[in-house]
Design a protein around this ligand. Structure first.
Ligand code: F6P
Length: 442
């Protein structure tokens, strides 16, 4: 079997971590376990001088890592600038939040070429190369320009907008053309693949995108959730709730996640359905993300103020309805929190797939499962037929869905949960990785 070379901007070995962590590492676990793997990407470090093209080598959990540093100007032009102030909002359809700067676009192209040169120094002719996500779209073309003939696949983890929105990207056709360097192009949903294919057809580009919906490892998440019972964190959570129902949200602090609308939706629940006041707690876990990007800092200020206003309006001296955390919680602890939650509240304005929705389902106790309230604009929505689907832009619709979920009887909850559990098990991370790699190596 050919060696697998994974290329992603963020690598699980960055910043001195001792074990494989992070969503992509979990998703690729099985693929990594069964073959020799090299993982290439950014070290997570910004350096003051010109970074070296020779990657740092490291081995963790059987995986060989090769990472490179970025200079401060590369970090700001490539990562903060084009990746996260232009492409991220654009591909999520949030054109109003996108800011285009030609120098940042140039930095994006240059950093991708730099990644390709550094990668080539560790690449062998028979390697299968799998490039991940929007930060690295032109990496394949940059590798081809260096004469690399390997099989190279690309997977976009985030959505792709319809052509009329993509058109707002200046000189976007060049970015589209770079997709054609890949042997396989994967997106999360058929809608996303259709959008990209429509762009290809209009520009006369001979490339074809296909849908490969990503999943989780439901068995291991379910085990972690069941095992969490009786642990110290779980007991602390339980005691702090004093028997109240729990609504749980878990997201990176990102404006695509619909957090202000979600908080307003919860406030509308307490306002319009006052019978829930004092009976329910909403815990939102939202670790800070990309805080070098102005839009993310603005979102944090907005949420800080909103949480204060909502608790100011509805709290009592022994009850704060909304708990809001900016720190990350460990996966095992989180699994237990999901299991305790009567409602999983997942309302992104747009999301490639959203694995939190799948984790919430996997974590439930089959005898008394909770209810998933899910945005119709998450990639996961099409398979999650048992969820209560909402338009995440409408706080009142979120409030109605929360009321319905909190009042739902166990028979209805079980029936809904069973269909979702079957869907989560039918489309796992292992199936996703296997399907993509089989297609790439065919
Ligand atoms: O899934 C989207 C994604 O951008 C990944 O590519 C990335 O690793 C993750 O979210 C976290 O974002 P960042 O690497 O910018 O902190």
């Amino acid at each position: 079997m050919a060696r697998l070379v994974i290329v992603s901007n963020r690598v699980p070995a960055a910043r001195g971590r001792a074990q494989l962590a992070g969503g992509l590492a979990v998703a690729l676990k099985d693929a990594i376990a069964e073959r020799e793997t090299l993982w290439f990407g950014w070290s997570g470090r910004e350096v003051k001088t010109e970074p070296a093209e020779k990657p740092h080598a490291r081995k963790i959990g059987g995986v060989q890592f090769a990472t490179i540093d970025l200079s401060q100007s590369q970090y700001s032009g490539f990562y903060v600038g084009f990746c996260n102030t232009m492409l991220w909002p654009l591909l999520h359809g949030r054109v109003g939040q996108a800011v285009f700067r030609r120098d940042e676009r140039d930095s994006y192209i240059a950093v991708n070429a730099f990644y390709a040169r550094a990668l080539k120094t560790v690449l062998k002719p028979a390697d299968t190369v799998w490039v991940h996500d929007y930060q690295l779209i032109p990496c394949g073309l940059a590798l081809r320009d260096l004469g690399v003939k390997n099989r190279i696949g690309f997977f976009l983890h985030i959505p792709f907008p319809p052509p009329f929105l993509f058109d707002t990207l200046p000189q976007g056709e060049a970015l589209l053309r770079s997709f054609a360097a890949y042997d396989v192009i994967g997106l999360q949903t058929q809608d996303d693949a259709d959008h990209l294919n429509q762009c290809f057809v209009r520009a006369g580009i001979e490339a074809r995108a296909e849908a490969f919906p990503i999943g989780i490892d439901p068995e291991s998440f379910a085990r972690a959730a069941a095992k969490a019972e009786g642990t110290e964190d779980q007991t602390r959570l339980e005691e702090s709730l004093s028997g109240r129902a729990l609504i749980l949200g878990v997201d990176r602090l990102d404006y695509t996640k619909g957090l202000p609308e979600r908080f307003r939706g919860f406030a509308q629940l307490l306002r319009r359905y006052p019978e829930h006041l004092g009976q329910v707690t909403f815990l939102q876990i939202a670790p800070v993300s990309r805080d070098d990007v102005a839009q993310y800092r603005a979102l944090k200020r907005e949420l800080d103020a909103l949480v204060g206003r909502i608790n100011g309006e509805f709290a009592e001296f022994d009850y704060a309805p909304l708990r809001y955390l900016n720190t990350a919680i460990q996966r095992e602890t989180l699994a237990g929190f999901h299991r305790r939650a009567q409602v999983g509240l997942v309302t992104p304005l747009r999301d490639g797939m959203n694995l939190v929705a799948k984790e919430y389902v996997a974590a439930q106790d089959p005898e008394r499962p909770g209810v998933l309230v899910l945005s119709r604009f998450a990639g996961a929505a099409s398979a999650m037929t048992g969820a209560v689907l909402v338009n995440p832009f409408d706080p009142d619709e979120i409030a109605d869905a929360l009321d319905l979920a909190l009042r739902m009887d166990v028979t209805d909850r079980k029936a809904r949960w069973r269909t979702m559990d079957a869907a989560v098990k039918a489309s796992t991370a292992a199936i996703w990785a296997k399907g993509f790699l089989e297609r790439l190596e065919k």
